[in-house]
Design a protein around this ligand. Structure first.
Ligand code: UTP
Length: 406
């Protein structure tokens, strides 16, 4: 795109300020800026009020495969799951494209040292969890790892330097998720530098389209993979491609499965798997009306009690048929570094929005989802913060409780 064209487009969109420093840039920087302007998805910032606004809907609780059910039917579930793994029907997708701002670590979150007397990165711990299953099934399944444009280089290098933690190199496939512009509260797009538009990862909901953009659907098709186990980087205790979970989901006939834990209390900050207008849906803790969050059954249990752990099994055929359905964007209020009056400012308080699609919205598109309960103390140790709730401290305690030497 040339300068004149960019100027016209930006004027039409009320974003002319993006060219404020054009006169100060060298030739390469000018080219870079014009290219980034050409790629901006302006529609997203056009009407920020509409983003994330939600029509009122009726929600209902879901039935789950409970811990007791799992205990009773474990051998059966496990056999079906192991067969699917042995027949190469399952792959895994690690979502590692977040920015981990709450942890306050300046590298990819997976590189964080969760060890105490030895170096044990979150990535290594997750691969160890995977190896528990590959040892059982005798097969290494493909592991797709989603990064973002900021942490991709260091993530790829870290795996290489650590010899892929013993996982076969040719079974690991990295791909970079897409970005969207950030903007201030009035919808003005930020410049990150005088020649760079401020872009940020577009949330974890874009994983399947980003995977396809990377061409990895060819691997999925070639290998005949029918299910993808998608999991977050945070939960260091989770079982990945767990045969029992896979078996239960396959036997349910549903298009999707979600590992859930019983909430500790009504106001725990986790999304809850519910039914919304007859479809599975995850209601975020901040969207759940308090009277529903607190509602109890006669026996005293919470009615809406199944919190999601960001470990899902998605049917690939179903994913392909839903690809054309757009995921809604959510506005995340964040502190966004930007150029102001010619100087780069790094604010401490939120000053604008990032736009994110969420994997939880994909569940709705699946039409049916099995809630599969797992034992919290054995499978749920999210690392969100350095200290306090869902932190490095709590995760370390749980890892040790589960026999992991730190
Ligand atoms: P979080 O919701 O914890 O977001 O991500 P975050 O960006 O990592 O952390 P904070 O909120 O800034 O502290 C949940 C999972 O989704 C992935 C994360 O890597 C994590 O596994 N994720 C999140 C992505 O892969 N891409 C994104 O754009 C956002």
């Amino acid at each position: 795109m040339d300068y004149e064209r960019a100027k016209t487009i930006l004027k039409q969109r009320g974003q002319s300020h993006l060219l404020d420093y054009y006169g100060e840039l060298n030739e390469a920087e000018r080219e870079q800026l014009l290219e980034e302007i050409e790629n901006i998805n302006f529609s997203i910032v056009k009407n920020i009020q509409a983003v994330g606004s939600k029509a009122k809907v009726k929600i209902r609780p879901v039935q789950a495969v409970t811990l007791n059910d799992v205990k009773r039917r474990r051998p059966q579930f496990e056999e079906v799951g192991l067969r699917a793994l042995e027949n190469k029907k399952v792959g895994a997708v690690l979502l590692a494209g977040g920015q981990g701002t709450r942890l306050g670590f300046d590298k990819a979150k997976g590189m964080y040292n969760i060890g105490q007397t030895r170096f044990l990165s979150i990535f290594e711990q997750l691969i160890n969890n995977i190896k528990d299953v590959t040892d059982l099934s005798g097969r290494y399944f493909p592991l797709f790892i989603m990064t973002n444009s900021l942490n991709n280089g260091e993530t790829v290098q870290f795996f290489k330097d650590n010899n892929y933690f013993g996982y076969p190199r040719d079974r690991i496939h990295f791909f970079v998720q897409n970005t969207e512009p950030t903007c201030d509260f009035d919808g003005k797009i930020f410049l990150d530098q005088k020649h760079r538009v401020s872009l940020s990862p577009n949330g974890n909901g874009g994983w399947y389209s980003s995977l396809i953009n990377s061409g990895y659907n060819r691997i999925i098709e070639r290998e005949g993979i029918e299910w993808l186990n998608v999991f977050g980087v945070d939960n260091v205790l989770q079982r990945i491609c767990d045969p029992v979970f896979i078996g239960a989901t396959l036997m349910s006939g549903f298009n999707c499965g979600a590992k859930v834990v019983k909430k500790l209390c009504a106001d725990e900050k986790v999304g809850v798997l519910c039914e919304e207008n007859g479809k599975p849906a995850i209601v975020e803790y901040y969207e759940m009306p308090p009277e529903l969050a607190n509602k109890k059954e006669r026996g005293g249990e919470l009615v809406y009690r199944y919190g999601v752990t960001l470990n899902y099994l998605f049917n690939v055929n179903r994913l392909n048929t839903t690809l054309s359905g757009n995921l809604p964007y959510h506005l995340a209020k964040k502190a966004v570094p930007h150029i102001e009056n010619g100087v780069r400012v790094v604010p401490e308080e939120p000053n604008g929005y990032k736009f994110e699609t969420l994997v939880v919205d994909m569940v709705k598109l699946m039409d049916s989802c099995l809630a599969f309960e797992v034992e919290r103390d054995n499978e749920f140790a999210p690392v969100k913060n350095a200290h306090g709730t869902d932190s490095v401290d709590t995760a370390r305690l749980l890892l040790k409780k589960n026999g992991v030497i730190l």
